[in-house]
Design a binder for this molecule. Structure first.
Ligand code: LMR
Length: 333
């Protein structure tokens, strides 16, 4: 795969410096792993629309959804090599390229709601985290929301004990791994594009995801039960290849920045509705039983996952966790 990415990268480089006339548009390949009708898919389309409008066609954004070009980890490598210019991977996916700090967003129950999340992403902590990406050959441009995660399985999951011994697909985050282990689950890292089949064939017993991802991947058709745990958050960091970005004419970069700001506001204003709609569709389908937890059951889940904070402190960094909690703790909605 690396060879393929490298070949694509050199073609992309040639296209940038090659015999292009002044009229040839600058191409931004934007790759992502989810369906177009998801919070990320819609924000990407909005960015394309605005970027092409504000640059009067000097920039063309090619969107490749559904892991069409690259799967999870390959996607980030492809960006570093310049085979694609833009991505929006989830916070959970930056660990393998050495930026484990974004895994702080994966801590169980760290965010009471999306309003509180904004305090982090729009404030100094959000900016500081984006800066960490510079040394990895990428520039962090924005935070995009998906939403809160629920648990799916072929078994009714109500108490922490129900999870024991099950195999769950997780994203490539050590915090998610620790979270699953705290529940007695055997975690298995797997690319997003492979989850449906793994659930269907029983390679894994369950997984966690947002409603929009569950619905658009049809996971509810191969999982008998979904428990509304809202135990964690899935969000994205929009990243662009740094060399590409720094090499753009200043006026174009300014127009793209403006397009990104507006696409972000649009997407984040829309994400809750996308997930609510997906929830309604899953419910309507009747294919999966939706289970809600009583306050006592919810408290038991929180308690079971509490040790995760200690387990991952040395990896994610206790000062970072503290800084994050300072913003989120005591927040009211
Ligand atoms: C997942 O891999 O489950 C999600 O991060 C996919 C996505 O990008 O929403």
């Amino acid at each position: 795969m690396k060879k393929l990415i490298l070949a694509a990268a050199s073609i992309a480089a040639l296209a940038l410096v090659g015999p292009a006339s002044a009229q040839s548009p600058i191409i931004i390949k934007f790759s992502h792993v989810v369906a177009p009708n998801t919070p990320k898919g819609l924000a990407t389309e909005k960015f394309k629309e605005l970027a092409e409008k504000y640059t009067a066609g000097k920039v063309k954004v090619e969107v490749y959804p559904n892991s069409q070009l690259y799967k999870d980890k390959e996607e980030l490598e492809a960006l570093q090599l310049g085979a694609v210019q833009m991505l929006a991977p989830s916070n959970a996916k930056f660990g393998p390229i050495g930026v484990k700090e974004f895994e702080v967003f994966d801590l169980p129950y760290i965010l009471p709601d999306l309003k509180t999340l904004r305090k982090v992403t729009d404030g100094p902590l959000g900016a500081k985290l984006l800066k960490l990406l510079d040394s990895k050959g990428m520039t962090g441009l924005a935070y995009w929301d998906n939403g809160f995660k629920v648990m799916t399985a072929n078994k009714k999951l109500v108490t922490p004990a129900d999870y024991k011994g099950l195999k769950f697909r997780i994203q490539s985050s050590k915090v998610l791994e620790a979270q699953m282990r705290a529940l007695g689950v055997i975690p298995q890292v797997m690319a997003f594009s492979e989850v449906y089949q793994a659930l269907q064939t029983g390679v894994v017993d369950g997984q966690e995801n947002s409603w929009s991802n569950i619905y658009t991947q049809k996971m509810h058709e191969v999982q008998k039960h979904i428990t509304v745990t809202n135990h964690g958050y899935i969000g994205y960091v929009v990243v662009v290849n740094k060399k590409f970005w720094d090499g753009l004419p200043e006026d174009i970069r300014g127009q793209l920045d403006k397009a990104m700001k507006e696409a972000t506001a649009y997407g984040n204003g829309q994400s809750q509705k996308e997930n609510d709609d997906a929830f309604a569709e899953v419910k309507k389908s009747g294919k999966s039983e939706i289970l809600t937890l009583t306050p006592d059951q919810d408290a038991a889940m929180r308690k079971a996952m509490e040790p995760v904070y200690k387990d991952v402190a040395s990896r994610v960094g206790q000062p970072l966790i503290d800084e994050f909690l300072k913003e989120t703790r005591g927040a009211t909605n």
